[in-house]
Design a protein around this ligand. Structure first.
Ligand code: UT7
Length: 330
């Protein structure tokens, strides 16, 4: 008798898209605002420039544009979508969820749309939630979006933080498909997310509707965050790869959250990953929080680096602390 593998529902990445604000702000521009230099920023972070949202550009508008491009790339109409999960820490309004605003922009009137708040890990969290809902049969086609306008919550007098962040959005379309239960089949293979609220004061915003009744500004103990980043990211990447019985050598592309070049290099060294297999957009985008992974993924898919059938590992760490990893076959 021939052994036929059983089939399972997999969340398959059917398309991707991204959007960046028009205005580019270089390190030289930054040095006119705060006491900093191109040399310091490049050496400590790897960032050379970032996009900053202008008038009329918001988390919603960037997300909608990225979502439209992802749908077009997938060859799907908006009507196909019955779930929108949008990761952001900078929503257009305290409520309703920015996801519902994007839903309205796209003319979708069915299914569910909601935001996920896990700061820089937001996209990994959103992928995890959407994947679980597709596998549970609660939806069949999901838009998973990371969109941020961190420029609006930065303290532009604090050189320790304002030079690090940028604005942008990225999106993927996930479709529930039945495939043989094999590692070679497309879709999300595994996801792992974590948080530890004991570190909530290391990276946070000092305002909110229920406390100060204001939006507040981003505050960070950079050195403290850095210390935990390499450890937590390496651990969760290792956990995800072990759970999927995959070695770092078998992963074609690492698409990390883009916070600091030194964090990416440290993680790569720890896990024995060749730097050529890491997608980096940090130099041109800065840290775009929940948007950084889908922005980097879209760039590498569209320029032909990431190809169908390849194994991709997404990973992130951010405020909370939150961190996580998702392993997917594109
Ligand atoms: O996405 C969420 C996760 N976030 C992260 O992963 C960020 C993690 N942290 C980092 O990336 C790094 O800690 C930073 C890039 C934020 C800072 O780099 P660092 O090597 O940890 O520098 P530091 O904060 O220890 O500061 C070193 C020096 C200080 O001066 P003194 O005290 O040595 O005289 C700072 O005042 O650099 C100074 N400094 C700056 N100098 C020029 C801090 N910011 C700047 C600046 N330009 N923009």
């Amino acid at each position: 008798m021939i052994d036929v593998p059983s089939t399972v529902v997999r969340s398959v990445i059917a398309g991707c898209g991204s959007a960046l604000p028009q205005r580019v702000m270089t390190n030289a521009d930054m040095s006119k605002i705060v006491d900093t230099s191109d040399e310091w920023i490049v050496e400590r972070t790897g960032i050379k420039a970032r996009h900053i949202a202008g008038e009329g550009e918001t988390t919603r508008s960037l997300a909608t544009l990225a979502a439209r491009r992802a749908l077009e790339h997938a060859g799907l109409k908006a009507e196909a979508v019955d779930l929108i999960v949008l990761a952001t820490a900078t929503p257009d309004n305290t409520f309703p969820a920015t996801a519902t605003l994007v839903q309205a922009d796209l003319g979708i009137t069915r299914g569910a749309a909601f935001d996920v708040q896990a700061v820089c890990s937001g996209f990994v969290y959103a992928l995890t939630v959407a994947d679980a809902m597709l596998k549970a049969g609660q939806a069949s086609c999901a838009l998973v979006i990371g969109s941020e306008t961190f420029s609006r919550i930065l303290d532009w007098t604090d050189r320790g933080t304002c030079v690090l962040f940028g604005d942008g959005a990225g999106a993927v379309v996930l479709q529930a498909e039945r495939h043989a239960d094999l590692p070679a089949s497309p879709g999300i293979l595994i996801s792992r997310i974590h948080s530890d609220g004991r570190f909530s004061d290391k990276l946070y915003v000092d305002g909110g509707p229920s406390t100060t009744k204001t939006v507040g500004h981003l505050r960070m103990e950079g050195r403290e965050v850095f210390k935990h980043a390499v450890t937590n990211i390496s651990a969760v990447m290792d956990e995800a790869m072990k759970a999927a019985r995959v070695t770092p050598g078998e992963v074609d592309w690492f698409v990390p959250h883009q916070a600091n070049r030194r964090i990416l290099e440290g993680t790569a060294r720890k896990l024995g990953i060749a730097e050529e297999r890491i997608v980096m957009t940090l130099d041109r985008h800065g840290n775009t929080s929940a948007a950084s992974i889908p922005l980097a993924f879209d760039e590498a898919v569209k320029d032909g680096r990431i190809r169908k059938g390849q194994l991709v590992l997404f990973e992130a760490m951010g405020g909370g602390f939150t961190w996580g990893a998702v392993l997917a076959r594109y």
